[in-house]
Design a protein around this ligand. Structure first.
Ligand code: FMN
Length: 380
């Protein structure tokens, strides 16, 4: 009752995001210029914390240069910027698919001015993309139609609906890069250990003031904030809007352990962890890439594979939600990071790096997350 009364003054009691924040999901006009049309699809790619860390340089004709937007890093939870590089890969794969949809075969030149150091990013391009029209054949990718439907469902999954082994086989069939390894489990004992790891690692992130504050500062509550930023973690539930409006949801300091705020966030993580009906992951060989100076390439390649995996999941009606706490590299997470690598790969991260770790399951369709306007990505 209190919530209903309070939210009436807060612009209604729907948790739907404001329509202008979701404009990008309507897709670009069919007759848009090729590069803009392709980039308008690529900005729909999944990316860490919905930072949308992409700068697109169109100043060279018939070319797209992709750079990291260094204003949009996550230095506390992603201190080596690995997830930011994975998020360049998801963008790149969507871009290549979109070009193919318009009959163009992309040529992707990775790090054309040299790769970043393994734990740094700079202003040099991640990729230079050009294209040609193939003389014969159909370049279109069967996963393209799912780009506009894909989303990351961050809700509890239906525990009465198991994921079948056939779904795992079907998922894997969408992958094309043999350099990125795929793993999955539906086995109850392993699931239990991984669910517990998700929950414990979320608690570590929540207990570490600088990592929890990084997320708090990127949390947008209510239609005005969501429409203004169109990025980050968007929350529009009437209860939280009300709590925020009356000062009960404080984003200016870390929630104390045992406080209502801490328990509420933890309950959300626990629900997600406990309802994981399976897990999938992507990994790449660490030492081999380090020796070849290809660590950053591997991260981008993993992102490209992840987009394909999530699009394949979309095609199957299956949900896929990254649980990136344990794979994070900040020092307080190290014991859980090591345990994750042992549980998934049976070897340490020095040998094989987990690039994406996700729960899977089923739930009702969820709304899309916001995207910034196309023009804000472009340098032309
Ligand atoms: C590298 C990477 C890491 C991610 N980690 C998480 C995570 O730990 N928790 C989460 O809820 N979503 C995670 N996501 C999903 C993003 O939050 C999601 O893609 C973003 O909010 C945009 O939403 P959308 O996928 O529905 O378009 C991750 C995505 C990527 C690419």
């Amino acid at each position: 009752m209190l919530a209903a009364a309070g939210t009436a003054g807060l612009g209604g009691c729907s948790d739907a995001f404001p329509s202008e924040a979701l404009e990008a999901w309507r897709g670009p006009p069919a007759d848009a210029e090729l590069r803009r049309w392709a980039v308008a699809h690529a900005i729909l790619a999944p990316n860490s914390h919905n930072r949308q860390p992409w700068l697109v340089d169109l100043r060279e004709p018939d070319t797209i240069l992709l750079r990291v937007d260094r204003e949009r890093l996550l230095p506390m939870t992603d201190p080596w910027f690995r997830q930011i590089l994975v998020s360049q890969g998801t963008f790149l794969e969507a871009l290549v698919m979109a070009l193919a949809q318009r009959g163009q075969q992309a040529r992707v030149e990775m790090f054309p001015q040299g790769a970043f150091a393994p734990r740094a990013v700079d202003d040099r391009p991640v990729a230079r993309i050009t294209w040609t029209r193939p003389e014969s054949g159909d370049a279109r990718d069967p996963l393209f139609p799912f780009l506009l439907r894909r989303h990351t469902a961050k809700v509890d999954y239906d525990t009465s609906r198991p994921v079948l082994p056939q779904a795992i086989q079907a998922l894997q069939s969408g992958l094309v890069d043999p350099g990125v390894r795929f793993g999955a489990t539906l086995e109850p004992a392993r699931l239990q250990a991984l669910r517990q790891l998700c929950e414990e690692s979320a608690r570590v992130e929540l207990r570490t003031p600088r990592t929890v504050m990084e997320s708090a500062q990127l949390t947008r509550v209510g239609p005005q904030e969501i429409a203004r930023h169109r990025d980050g973690i968007s929350i529009n539930s009437p209860m939280l809007r009300l709590a925020s409006a009356v000062g009960l949801y404080d984003r200016s300091q870390p929630p104390a352990e045992g406080s209502t705020a801490f328990d509420q966030v933890m309950a959300r993580f626990s629900g997600h962890s406990r309802t994981a009906m399976g897990f999938v992951w992507l990994s790449t060989p660490t030492a081999r890439h380090a020796a070849a100076g290809m660590t950053r390439h591997a991260e981008v390649q993993a992102g490209r594979a992840y987009l394909r995996l999530q699009l394949r999941a979309t095609a199957l009606g299956l949900q896929m939600h990254p649980m990136s706490q344990a794979p994070q590299e900040f020092p307080e997470m190290k014991p859980w990071y090591d345990r994750l690598h042992q549980l998934l790969l049976g070897q340490p991260a020095e040998q094989e790096t987990v690039q994406m770790f996700c729960r899977i399951g089923y739930c009702a369709e969820q709304q899309h997350t916001p995207r910034r306007p196309l023009e804000t990505f472009l340098r032309s």
